[in-house]
Design a binder for this molecule. Structure first.
Ligand code: SF4
Length: 440
């Protein structure tokens, strides 16, 4: 696992009497180099005090030589709540002061969702998004990478790790696979998290791949990490597909401070290939930085020289306005011509999900990327991730794929092999809304 250097370690008392959770926590702690190695047990009596500490511990004023600031976030170990609705919290009854932050309390108690639905046809029709409906699983929140363009990465004050993975498989993962027979592939992704950072100590992908095998399904890790050596020892790695969020050297170095060199992920792809595990690349977000053409063409060349992914996709940075983008990324890092185009289009793009870059700018970026990929591979599948219908209508053909049934990265119906396996519950991508759903 990553050699994290957490400022402090906390564990909810519910772990104490659960031997499997406790063993998982101890394995993970054994893989870290904590600044303060005393484990603080949290119960109702010290909850407000711990919540206050979590508010202020990270970021530290000073980072010792050889440490990475973003790897110093405190770790909170808990058990994710798997019994349906979260219980009410009566702070008065518990004697907690008024200001005790409920979101932090709920994280410590493991009150975050163990499964979430994304990209329903209804939602994607409303938001004009082309993707695939899916149910995803998670046992962690927040991430040690600290990516500037990601809220959880940049601002998350601590990482929460749910240790009851066996219970999660039993009560959440297996029942979901039974309930949704149409879904062929499931993501174990966490929420704004980097779950690979904790392997093999966490042992979550061992359990997950075994559960997938039992249910005759496939599963994804979704990572901006190159920590894949553990995959070689997974008994059921034949059920795993690796999805890598990839980027350029400059972006990894400046905007993803805790994630390692950009090309390490392509080397990780190569290693998976040698293990016989399929993998796919997703340049998400694709950021029009200064010199973006040179940056991306170097990354694409490296990716396709050292490894053979099943697909390569792109998503020009979206979900932003010009102002919110500039809060995350320094203006001098961005291509000035494209930034000006975004500024000029600010009115047109107000409230538009794919903003701030207007259609023509995004289109030019995609076309460049497609050409670069095709210089090195004639047959790798190309795709755009979570783009608008208009973009698929305009340049979808250039991917060589059908907008309704394209093979991408983490689709719910894309088992290994480069072909989607459409099913009755998922007959096509969200490019097409089923007849009963209004687009507007
Ligand atoms: S890779 Fe495919 S399924 Fe995954 S987010 Fe992108 S469009 Fe959606």
């Amino acid at each position: 696992m990553y050699p994290l250097t957490p400022l402090k370690l906390f564990a909810h008392e519910s772990i104490k009497d659960d031997p499997l959770s406790r063993a998982r926590m101890e394995r993970i702690i054994g893989g870290t180099r904590p600044v303060d190695d005393e484990l603080v047990w949290v119960d109702n009596s010290n909850m407000p005090e711990v919540v206050e500490q979590l508010k202020s511990l990270w970021p530290p004023d000073e980072v010792p030589e050889g440490f990475e600031r973003t790897h110093m976030r405190p770790l909170v170990f808990t058990r994710v709540y798997t019994d349906g609705e979260f219980p009410e919290l009566n702070k008065d009854l518990l004697g907690w002061p008024d200001g005790t932050d409920e979101a932090t309390v709920r994280s410590i108690l493991g009150h975050f969702l163990p499964i979430q639905a994304y990209h329903s046809y209804e939602k994607d029709a409303k938001e004009d998004m082309v993707c695939w409906p899916t149910f995803d699983f998670g046992l962690m929140t927040n991430c040690p990478h600290g990516c500037h363009y990601c809220g959880a990465g940049k601002h998350g004050k601590y990482l929460t790790i749910a240790c009851n993975a066996e219970e999660h498989m039993e009560k959440v993962v297996r029942p979901a696979m039974e309930r949704y027979p149409w879904q062929r592939c499931f993501r174990m992704i966490g929420w704004g998290a980097e779950m690979l950072a904790f392997e093999p100590e966490a042992g979550i992908f061992d359990l997950f791949t075994k559960t997938l095998a039992e249910q005759d399904r496939y599963g994804y890790f979704h990572a901006a990490s190159s920590n894949v050596d553990f995959v070689a020892d997974l008994e059921r790695k034949d059920r795993l597909v690796g999805i890598f969020s990839v980027t350029t050297e400059m972006i990894a170095e400046v905007l993803e401070p805790g994630s390692g060199h950009a090309f390490d992920r392509f080397e990780a792809g190569r290693k998976l290939g040698e293990m016989g595990v399929p993998f796919r690349y997703k340049f998400k977000p694709t950021i029009p930085v200064v010199n973006w053409r040179e940056e991306y063409s170097r990354a694409i060349e490296y990716a396709l020289t050292v490894s053979e992914p099943e697909s390569v996709g792109f998503c020009v940075i979206m979900w932003n306005t010009v102002d919110s983008l500039l809060e995350k990324i320094d203006e001098e890092l961005l291509d000035p011509v494209y930034l000006q185009a975004a500024r000029d289009a600010a009115e047109e793009m107000a409230g538009v999900r794919v903003g701030p870059y207007p259609h023509e700018v995004r289109k030019e970026v995609y076309r460049f990327m497609f050409r670069e990929v095709r210089k090195h591979s004639d047959d790798v599948k190309l795709y755009m991730s979570t783009e608008s219908r208009a973009m698929w209508d305009d340049i979808g053909e250039e991917t060589g794929q059908d907008a309704s049934s394209f093979f991408c990265g983490c689709s719910s119906v894309a088992p290994p092999g480069g072909r989607v396996q459409l099913s009755q519950g998922c007959p096509y991508s969200t490019y097409r809304a089923p007849e009963h759903i209004e687009k507007d």
